[in-house]
Design a protein around this ligand. Structure first.
Ligand SMILES: *Cc1c(COP(=O)(O)O)cnc(C)c1O
Length: 370
C-alpha cells in the first residue's frame, strides 16, 4: 500500500459522543452565541456533579483557570510558587503572568511530584502557592501532598487538565486542593475545541474569579472598574458541546483504560518497556498511554511510527530543562530528565479501533523485536 493511502492515526483526537451537535444547535437557535447562556450553567453543573466540587467556573482555557486561581489567591510580584517540573507550559506560564517566580519540583518513580522534595522546598522557599500536575491522567500522591500544603498554610492548585475523571480514595483529581483546573482543549479526554474549568471550595474566591473572568465589571448599570480582570469566559456555544461531552466522559475513560490494557498485554514479553504507574489506591483516566524504553532509542520508534502516518511524541520536556527557565531553581531534576530521554506517548484516542491499535503495536514490535 502507498504510504499516503494509510489512514493517519492521531495521538488523542476529539471524540464526539452523539448529543453534542443537538445541544450546539439548540444553543445556536436560542441566539445565545455569547459567553452567557443556559449551557454555561448546565456545563458547570454537570462538572460539579461529576467531580463533587463545590463551585465551578467555565473558562476559555485551563491556562486561564490557573491564572485566575493564582490571582484570587493573591499571588503577585516577588512571590514564589512551587510547580511540577514534569508538565506542560500551560501549567507554569500563569505564574509568570502574575510576576511571580516558579521554583520547580522533580517527580519520583510515580512520574508525578515527589512529596519529599516538596517538603524540602516548602521549608526553604516559603512559597505562596503550589501548582501540581496530575500527569497524563495519573494521580499524584495527594495523601502526602495535600497534608504538606495544609501544614504549611500554602494554597494548593491542582492542574488536572489531563486527569479529568482520575480518582484517589474515591475522590476526584482537582478536588483535593484549594483549586482544581480541567482542560477541554482539542486533544484532552473530552473537548469543547478549546476551554477550561476552574473548581474550588471557597465561595468568595470563586465569585471573585467569576468577576475577573468577565473584565471585572462592578455590579452597577454602567461600566465601573475598581480592579482589572480578563476576557476569559467560555462561549455558550462551546459549553453546549461540553454538556454533550460530559455525558460520555465515563465511557471514554473506560475506552482509554482498555486501550492501555491492550498495549500492556501486547508488549508483555518486551522487558525493556515500562509503563507509567498507577499509585496504590488511585485510578487514572489513562489520557495518554505512556511508556519508557530502558535500552532502545525512543526516537527510532517515533520515526518508525511517523513513517506509517502514526502520531506519537516524546514525553513533556521538563520545565527546568527549558531555556525559558534556565535561571529558576529546581529541587531534584534527574528523574524527569531521565524519563524525558526515554519516554514515548502512544496513540490513545478513545475512538481508536482495535485494528488501528494493532498497526501501532506491529510497527513498534518491528523496531524493538529484532
Ligand atoms: C493541556 C494542558 C494545560 C493547558 O490547557 P489549555 O486548556 O489548553 O489551556 C495545562 N496543563 C497541562 C498539564 C495540560 O496538559
Amino acid at each position: 500500500m502507498n504510504k499516503r493511502d494509510k489512514k493517519p492515526i492521531f495521538l488523542s483526537p476529539p471524540h464526539m459522543g452523539g448529543r453534542e451537535f443537538e445541544y450546539l444547535k439548540e444553543a445556536y437557535e436560542s441566539n445565545y452565541i455569547a459567553p452567557v447562556g443556559k449551557f454555561l450553567d448546565r456545563f458547570e453543573e454537570s462538572l460539579r456533579e461529576f467531580t463533587k466540587a463545590d463551585y465551578a467556573l467555565a473558562l476559555s482555557s485551563a491556562t486561564a483557570a490557573i491564572h485566575l486561581a493564582l490571582r484570587v489567591s493573591g499571588v503577585g510580584k516577588g512571590d514564589r510558587v512551587l510547580a511540577s517540573t514534569f508538565t506542560f507550559i500551560g501549567s507554569v506560564a500563569p505564574i509568570l503572568y502574575c510576576g511571580a517566580e516558579p521554583v520547580f519540583i522533580d517527580c519520583d518513580s510515580s512520574w508525578n511530584m515527589d512529596p519529599s522534595l516538596l517538603a524540602e522546598a516548602l521549608e526553604k522557599e516559603k512559597p505562596s502557592a503550589v501548582v501540581l500536575t496530575h500527569l497524563y491522567g495519573q494521580m499524584a500522591d495527594m495523601r502526602e501532598i495535600t497534608k504538606l500544603c495544609r501544614e504549611h498554610g500554602v494554597v494548593l492548585i491542582e492542574d488536572a487538565a489531563e486527569s479529568l475523571g482520575a480518582e484517589m480514595d474515591g475522590r476526584q483529581s482537582g478536588t483535593f486542593g484549594d483549586f482544581g483546573v480541567y482542560s477541554f482543549n482539542g486533544n484532552k479526554i473530552v473537548t469543547t475545541s478549546g476551554g477550561g474549568m476552574l473548581v474550588g471550595r471557597d465561595e468568595e474566591m470563586m465569585a471573585h474569579a467569576r468577576k475577573l473572568s468577565t473584565q471585572a465589571r462592578e455590579d452597577v448599570l454602567w461600566y465601573e472598574h475598581i480592579e482589572y480582570g480578563y476576557n476569559y469566559r467560555l462561549s455558550n456555544l462551546l459549553a453546549a458541546i461540553g454538556v454533550g461531552q460530559m455525558e460520555v466522559l465515563p465511557m471514554w475513560i473506560e475506552s482509554k483504560r482498555e486501550l492501555f490494557g491492550r498495549y500492556r498485554e501486547a508488549f508483555a514479553d518486551i522487558e525493556e518497556i515500562e509503563w507509567m504507574p498507577e499509585i496504590e489506591g488511585s485510578r487514572g483516566n489513562r489520557w495518554l498511554s505512556t511508556m519508557i524504553l530502558q535500552k532502545s532509542d525512543p526516537m527510532r520508534v517515533i520515526e518508525a511510527l511517523a513513517e506509517e502516518r502514526i502520531e506519537s511524541r516524546p514525553l513533556w520536556k521538563p520545565m527546568h530543562m527549558q531555556p525559558l527557565f534556565s535561571k529558576n531553581r529546581i529541587y531534584g531534576g534527574s528523574v524527569s530528565r531521565e524519563l524525558f530521554s526515554r519516554g514515548i506517548c502512544l496513540p490513545s484516542g478513545s475512538d481508536l479501533k482495535e485494528e488501528e491499535q494493532k498497526r501501532v503495536i506491529d510497527t513498534i514490535r518491528s523496531v524493538l523485536c529484532v
